[in-house]
Write a protein that binds this ligand. Structure first.
Ligand code: ZN
Length: 429
């Protein structure tokens, strides 16, 4: 299980590659690839298929033996994106010092200084000229060798660096990619590099979505190998658990959906994000294909349950004052239910009770995360989704340390436990 997670993380350096990794995993498990742009009217009980949206969100479905109006839908939601740096257009910045930098923009909320002095590379998608203006061609790009680094200023120029060091995203965070010499033309450098990598003509590249990523892979550590260290555990670990659960769900009574959205880190407000109608309309189309009308769809929604899975904060022993005195989950203590009195999470006593009973059924310990009352905390997918479709659900996640660092830390046992709970939800209840 953990080897599979490590492989999943390493082949998913950004949202687009994560969806492609999920796509290949689903194809291997016998799921059919379908397109939202094509008719889904022939979908029938027992089908296992997936669709993608914008190459960066993916929805895997097993159609149940019973109609959704009888059983409701069972949904697990996670997200494909993680905080990172995106390359801006016209990115090359040649200058004094003889090195070429790339201009970037921060995506989401990374812990900036964890990105310094790492062997970074580029991944994302490149859009090529197609048959006509409305039909360009998408190619994925995953350059695996280290290409860039964001060098920190030497301590000799800032002796106070360890006393707090405010960073400018525009000045301090630009990566270097090459030493300039007579053979290296800065103008058009990046497009030439990308064209060479893909084996296409530079003139055929119309645009790109390229991100920086840490080339150092995921690994286990700890005296008993009990930890996992990787970039993007938030939220690819939950996406992986959801995919493990849906691929092992066969002959289910209810229709099950593993929904992996994009752009959670920037508020979910895109067509492939949780605030869009993409999931609600997919559920409606499945309901329609197997003979349900709008009344039956409304019944199905009221009988449905959703697990919104996004990581939680593990108790950090160096900062006890940041945590709630009685609800601070431990690494290795099992999946967490996330609770907020002001409804930043969709969890309530009824849905928390359902998740706890699922944990009991799977033989897994369950923990609770509540913010220290003086700490604002974050938000996640659950409530954003319910604005589109009013399904009952619970916000959960495994506890991790250093959320939004270039490398986060989680527990091996928790990943196995969450996968067991999700599999139990899809298969046994
Ligand atoms: Zn997240």
């Amino acid at each position: 299980m953990i080897d599979s997670l490590i492989k999943f993380l390493d082949s998913s350096p950004c949202n687009f590659l994560a969806v492609d990794t999920a796509r290949r995993l689903l194809l291997n498990a016998g799921f059919a690839e379908r397109r939202l742009a094509d008719s889904l009217a022939d979908v029938k009980a027992g089908d296992r298929f997936f669709v993608t949206k914008n190459d960066s969100a993916i929805f895997a479905v097993t159609v149940g033996e019973k109609a959704p109006c009888e059983t409701g839908f069972k949904i697990i939601a996670a997200h494909s994106d993680s905080p990172c740096f995106r390359v801006k257009p016209a990115a090359e910045i040649p200058g004094e010092g003889g090195v070429l930098r790339l201009n970037t923009e921060v995506y989401g909320g990374p812990i900036l200084y964890t990105w310094f002095d790492r062997p970074l590379s580029l991944a994302g998608r490149v859009i090529l000229r197609g048959s006509d203006a409305l039909h360009p061609v998408t190619r994925l790009l995953h350059i695996k060798r280290p290409l860039l680094t964001i060098p920190h200023l030497a301590i000799h120029f800032n002796r106070a660096v360890n006393d707090g060091n405010p960073l400018s995203k525009q000045r301090d965070m630009l990566p270097i990619i090459a030493i300039l010499n007579n053979n290296l033309e800065a103008n058009g450098f990046l497009l030439r590099l990308v064209a060479d990598e893909l084996g296409v003509a530079k003139g055929d590249i119309l645009d790109f979505d390229l991100m920086l990523y840490d080339t150092q892979g995921a690994c286990r550590f700890g005296v008993n190998n009990e930890f996992i260290s990787s970039g993007r555990l938030d939220d690819l670990s939950m996406a992986h658990a959801a995919l493990m659960a849906i691929t092992s769900a066969t002959d289910t009574q209810a229709t099950c959906v593993a929904a992996i959205f994009d752009n959670e880190e920037t508020g979910s407000g895109t067509k492939q994000g949780a605030a869009s109608p993409v999931l609600a309309s997919l559920l409606e189309r499945i309901n329609g294909a197997i003979g349900g009308d709008s009344e039956r769809f409304a019944m199905a929604v009221q009988r449905s349950f959703m697990i919104s899975a996004d990581n939680a904060h593990a108790y950090h022993p160096n900062y006890p004052g940041k945590y709630d005195p009685t609800n601070h989950p431990s690494l290795g203590g099992g999946p967490c239910v996330k609770i907020n009195a002001n409804c930043k999470y969709m969890t309530d006593a009824h849905s928390a009770a359902i998740f706890r009973a699922l944990c009991d059924g799977a033989g897994v310990n369950c923990q609770y995360f509540v913010n220290h009352s003086d700490v604002a905390g974050g938000s996640t997918l659950g409530n954003i989704l319910t604005a589109q479709v009013d399904i009952e659900g619970v916000d959960v996640g495994n506890p991790i340390l250093a959320m939004h660092s270039a490398r986060e830390t989680a527990s091996v046992a928790d990943h196995e436990a969450m996968t067991r709970v999700m599999t139990h939800f899809f298969t046994n209840v």
